[in-house]
Design a protein around this ligand. Structure first.
Ligand SMILES: Cc1cc2nc3c(=O)[nH]c(=O)nc-3n(C[C@H](O)[C@H](O)[C@H](O)COP(=O)(O)OP(=O)(O)OC[C@H]3O[C@@H](n4cnc5c(N)ncnc54)[C@H](O)[C@@H]3O)c2cc1C
Length: 427
């Protein structure tokens, strides 16, 4: 079977690839070709750096090192992700750029119900960490290059693929073809490989965008992450890592599609005032605003996470609404599970039984987290009046019912299904 694609995505791979790209040619197939060098593809490449498997990493984005800035985009990583990043060897350095999340505070505008979680109740140092996204990518890529194990094909993209009995032939748009026994599709939410293979998705356009920025507040956040459900959409404020300053927060405001253009056009003063009115005074006054970026939001869940000699990981397997901050966390568990299975496997890495085992191990975790996230969006971003009471009850139950609290807490820490061995014992 042969399939070809004329388009690609503009994902967010980071890091400087000083190594010159190779020209691909079919000679001996590589054991594993990773298509996409975003956070998840680079994690898989690093996790395989000590394995006897030969590895290729293909990424179209050119190197673009970004100097740190106070308003750079961050993502929240949970406890399991922190353990996986530690096992990959990047955590000691990454931790210097990470703001610990010691507690969370979930509320709804105009209601008293509040749900709180703390690292103390979980017996952990932190519930998670807010980390600059570019720094994660930069460190992963630095380590991949330092190991020198993976052959790097960048900037290049996969334009077509042909299935053979014992390998997949990947045609690269930079010229040449690469043969691989196993293809790891880490090519993002729009996954060109998924389209080339005709794999179906569940797709829901939320008709919302996330406006992401940073704010300076007059009161310290003290490590607390806030989620506030407002009639203008959920608004999250998370501690931001910047020179140990406790007054900076990442701000993520889910915005109905019809209001995105006007919110993006507000002056900084107007935006600060409107966000303040929605969030309230818990962090004092909002006094400085960072750059704003808007991300259209959709749920794209692949109906299958494997095809013959191909597996899907990260956003290529499932791309979620960021309201529960789970997309990268879930994708990293895809990566760690795959790395673990490949490490324990002898023989053909494209073996159908191995890929089925991957799909089975990932199934419960993917379904649970994707459905939980979707449920939150539907109940909490919906303006139907009947849902207000339900939301209120939900928050009260979350605060007062120990079994529910426990289940939600451990799910958000990353323990929602099969836990990769490197993160198995909570500590
Ligand atoms: C506003 C917002 C906030 C978020 N906050 C959080 C959070 O707090 N916590 C969390 O866990 N998650 C969060 N997420 C989700 C998280 O950012 C993503 O899940 C994660 O970055 C996905 O990484 P990825 O490597 O799977 O995909 P991508 O970053 O999309 O990488 C895909 C890669 O594939 C490459 N590629 C594309 N086409 C080809 C091709 N033809 N050939 C080769 N390569 C190709 C691209 O160049 C890209 O580098 C958030 C998302 C958004 C939008």
């Amino acid at each position: 079977m042969t399939a070809a694609s004329g388009s690609g995505t503009d994902g967010s791979s980071a890091g400087s690839t000083e190594k010159t790209a190779e020209t691909a040619r079919i000679d001996e197939p590589v054991d594993v070709a990773i298509v996409g060098g975003g956070l998840i593809g680079a994690s898989v490449a690093l996790g395989l750096a000590r394995s006897p498997l030969s590895v290729a990493l293909i990424e179209p984005a050119p190197p673009r090192p970004t100097p740190p800035s106070w308003d750079e985009r961050c993502i929240a990583i949970n406890h399991v992700s922190h353990r996986i990043l530690d096992a990959l060897g990047v955590w000691p350095e990454l931790s210097r750029a990470a703001a610990p999340i010691l507690s969370t505070h979930i509320s709804e505008q105009g209601r008293f119900g509040v749900a709180r979680f703390s690292a103390d109740e979980a017996g952990l140092e932190a519930l998670g960490y807010n980390v600059p996204i570019h720094r994660i990518g930069e460190l992963l890529w630095q380590r991949v290059l330092a190991h020198g194990h993976a052959r790097i094909f960048a900037p290049m993209r996969v334009a077509a693929l042909t299935m053979h009995a014992h390998h997949v032939a990947l045609a690269l748009d930079g010229g040449g073809t690469l043969a691989a026994r196993l293809v790891v599709a880490a090519d993002g939410a729009d996954s060109p490989l998924r389209r080339l293979l005709g794999v179906d998705t569940e797709h829901r356009d939320y008709a919302q965008s996330a406006i992401v920025t940073a704010v300076r507040c007059t009161r310290p956040h003290r490590g607390c992450a806030y989620e506030r459900f407002t009639c203008g959409g959920p608004l999250a404020l998370l501690p931001k890592p910047w020179a140990a300053e406790e007054h900076l927060c990442s701000l993520i405001w889910t915005t109905p599609a019809a209001e995105v253009a006007s919110r993006m056009a507000w002056s900084d003063a107007e935006f600060l005032a409107q966000a303040q009115a929605a969030f309230g005074e818990r962090l004092g006054r909002f006094v400085e605003l960072g750059r704003r970026q808007a991300y259209p939001l959709a749920r794209v869940v692949s109906r299958r996470v494997h095809a013959p000699r191909v597996v899907f990981v990260g956003n290529a397997a499932q791309s979620l609404h960021p309201v529960a901050a789970q997309g990268f966390n879930l994708g990293l568990r895809d990566a760690a599970t795959l790395i673990e299975l490949l490490a324990g496997h002898r023989g053909d890495p494209g073996d159908g039984e191995l890929l089925q085992r991957y799909a089975d191990l990932r199934s419960a975790d993917r379904r649970r987290v994707a459905d939980f996230t979707d449920g939150l969006v539907r109940v909490f971003s919906n303006r139907l009046p009947g849902l207000r009471g339900l939301r209120h009850l939900g928050l009260l139950a979350l605060d007062l019912l120990p079994p529910l609290r426990e289940a939600v807490l451990w799910q958000n820490l990353g323990y929602a299904g099969y836990t990769p061995a490197v993160a198995r014992t909570p500590r």
